[in-house]
Design a protein around this ligand. Structure first.
Ligand code: ZN
Length: 690
């Protein structure tokens, strides 16, 4: 819910469905001709591409801020193994076995079987376990089980996770069905409501209890009508022991204590160099939470964390998201260390402070304009390290805390991860998709130069101005009541149109947000290309569009295409049997965006269900099957992996007289090596945790 993911086919910046705040990068770099030689993508295997990210502006931080970041970085990585164990009871045993093979197997490594073994191992690393991080299905190895036995037998025995006198043969026998039998623990999270979801899920949040028993357990302890409920069950495993159901809390002295003690150790060091009183108070509460396991303390921590908006450095560290539990109670460990992107935040503020101007000059009906616009502030950050549920696969933004009552009483922090987005954008520019779907060399050139900034501004305008603009007529209900199932598609369309209308406006140049109108041109090209062509790659053959962002984009593109036809504003061209859409007149296209914005605002303001339904159903739902097929075939040839995994930077402290005086950043290139290094330096948990 609160994590903003870059959806599959990610890497296509145009497909970002984020409805969080912007992902931004100052435009200075984008407008220069200096080539960025940093290698953003290092490899690709199975359905994964491995990416890297830079940490811009790290050098400009104060030494104490860097020291603080270094401690938080250690605290993040210290918790890494917790997620492995949470995801599946035998994940650590499997990982340690695979890593022992990678480190010490002496046999031939040039055969097909070994290559497939390595691909499998890397997939397990990416997913923090044997179940696919996105589909939750068990990943099946593409090498025979006899080969697995051979590998393990020819591996240094001392490296293997042999438990209580277990033999090597015993280990192989134990792991073989777990790895190779498709019927054993085949889904990490099973949401099939027809069956016992706990029994059907391989995760390690419950043991020996049925779904009914777990639900009964929690309904008994939940205080009814509590306006400030704690997040029951968030930090514990529920187990049946001697016929009794008990919670085993993840805390110092409890389950996972070996890793949590390390986290606390580093957090306490961080407290010693905290930047501000609010930050210090929040970190102290977090330590108190890890020591006590008290969920009331966790809420107090969340409030303190939410209130700390001034500090440069920020951290998420804890049991946060509950997607890993079919009952939605148990928090997966994650950590993300970051600091504010100052340049970008300035740009968002420039947009914010002109919110009233944008409203006054909008093409919507005067009666539906807001007299007083309150800008929304959002923060962009640069990520330094991620671990647990945020890594190696990462969100592009987060909006926390999760507890609803805290959000309504104290608000939430909405951050977008600027450097992660930047990395995605860079890879996208060179994955071949642009050359395949853009009509001319000129279109490609403008996109390469301006698409990143165009993307960032569009997202800012969408989030900061778009959703907040306009008003509903007196007496008309909330769109969720009036426009019902069409409300979110129309709302996303409205916000997109505000962004599209202004990104071709000189105003954004005047307020220092963008360098010239080519930014708008790049955005228009991309929006049309995506809405009419490339977004179709994500749709299964034979299906209609259902997802509201996809619907809204096609709605907008088809509408302006049709309305502009008499003047040939957008032209459909066929070259070598391939379909393209080419914009002939950007100014006229902008006018059309304005007209559609005016109509959709009217629909929202008046709650005109029939008109909204007609728009969505006519323009936003159906796809041309032959074009759909063509686009999918063109995409397939590009061989773009749908998911991404990220290599984290490495922080190296510079010591003087036993004290940290500076911190250096290194950018490793080898994913396998990073995984092996992490295993070596941050394996604090036993193989089996009870
Ligand atoms: Zn939105």
């Amino acid at each position: 819910m609160k994590k903003i993911e870059l959806l599959i086919c990610a890497g296509m910046a145009t497909l970002i469905l984020s409805c969080g705040p912007g992902k931004q990068q100052g435009y200075k770099n984008d407008d220069s001709d200096v080539l960025d030689t940093f290698k953003y993508q290092t490899e690709q295997f199975a359905d994964i591409k491995v990416l890297r990210y830079k940490i811009p502006q790290f050098e400009s931080l104060k030494p104490t801020q860097k020291e603080l970041i270094y401690y938080l970085y250690q605290a993040a990585l210290a918790g890494r193994d917790i997620l492995w164990d949470q995801n599946y009871k035998y994940n650590l045993m499997i990982r340690r076995t695979l890593e022992a093979v990678v480190n010490t197997y002496k046999g031939n490594k040039n055969c097909e079987n070994y290559k497939n073994f390595m691909i499998y191992t890397k997939k397990v690393w990416v997913s923090n376990g044997i179940h696919h991080h996105y589909s939750m299905d068990k990943m099946m190895p593409e090498f025979p089980q006899e080969y697995f036995a051979e590998l393990v037998k020819n591996t240094d025995k001392k490296e293997l996770p042999l438990e209580n006198g277990q033999t090597v043969d015993g280990l192989i026998e134990f792991l073989t069905p777990i790895l190779f039998d498709p019927d054993v623990d085949n889904k990490r999270v099973n949401l099939d409501a027809e069956q016992d979801m706990i029994k059907g899920s391989a995760n390690n949040f419950y043991e020996g209890v049925t779904q009914k028993e777990a639900e009964a357990f929690y309904s008994k302890i939940v205080k009814k009508n509590d306006p400030k409920p704690v997040s029951y069950g968030l930090n514990s495993k529920l187990v049946k022991e001697n016929g009794k159901i008990v919670e085993k809390t993840w805390k110092v002295g409890g389950l996972y204590t070996q890793a949590i003690e390390k986290i606390v150790f580093w957090l306490e060091k961080a407290i010693g160099v905290s930047e501000s009183a609010p930050q210090k108070a929040a970190l102290e509460k977090l330590v108190e939470f890890y020591r006590t396991g008290d969920l009331k303390v966790f809420d107090e921590y969340c409030i303190l964390w939410t209130k700390d908006t001034e500090s440069m450095v920020d951290v998420v560290n804890g049991f946060i998201e509950v997607y890993g539990d079919p009952l939605g109670k148990k928090g997966s460990f994650e950590s993300m260390v970051s600091f504010r992107d100052v340049e970008t935040t300035k740009r968002v503020q420039a947009i914010c402070s002109n919110a009233q101007w944008f409203e006054n000059n909008s093409p919507i009906d005067d009666q539906y304009k807001r007299k007083q616009v309150k800008g929304v502030t959002a923060k962009a950050i640069n990520v330094v390290v991620e671990s647990g549920d945020c890594s190696p696969s990462t969100p592009i933004g987060v909006n926390l805390p999760n507890a609803d009552w805290i959000r309504s009483e104290y608000g939430s922090k909405s951050v977008s991860m600027a450097n992660i987005m930047y990395s995605y954008d860079e890879v996208t520019k060179s994955n071949g998709a642009l050359e395949e779907f853009a009509y001319s060399k000129q279109e490609v050139a403008i996109a390469k130069k301006y698409s990143t900034i165009a993307d960032n501004i569009t997202t800012d305008m969408h989030e900061v101005i778009g959703h907040g603009s306009g008003q509903i007529k007196d007496g008309v209900g909330d769109p969720s009541e009036t426009l019902k199932s069409y409300a979110s598609t129309l709302e996303e369309a409205r916000a997109d149109l505000v962004a599209l209308y202004y990104i071709y406006d000189k105003k954004l140049i005047d307020i220092g947000v963008m360098p010239n109108l080519k930014v708008g041109r790049a955005e228009y090209d991309k929006y049309i290309r995506n809405g009419l062509l490339t977004q179709l790659v994500r749709l299964e053959t034979g299906k209609n569009l259902e997802e509201s962002h996809m619907r809204n984009r096609q709605l907008i593109c088809k509408w302006v295409y049709e309305k502009g036809e008499p003047e040939n504003v957008i032209e459909k061209k066929i070259k070598n049997g391939k379909t393209f859409f080419v914009i002939n007149d950007y100014q006229k296209l902008r006018k059309l965006f304005g007209q559609l914005l005016k109509e959709i605002q009217r629909i929202k303001s008046e709650g005109d269900y029939e008109a909204g339904k007609a728009l969505v159903e006519y323009y936003g739902v159906k796809v041309d099957p032959s074009l759909h097929k063509e686009v999918k075939e063109r995409w397939k040839k590009l061989n773009i992996a749908p998911y991404a995994a990220f290599i984290n930077p490495v922080l190296v402290p510079i010591m003087k007289d036993g004290k940290i005086v500076d911190v250096k950043v290194e950018y490793p290139k080898d994913f396998t090596q990073q995984m092996l290094d992490y295993a070596k330096n941050y394996s604090f948990l036993p193989t089996i945790n009870k």
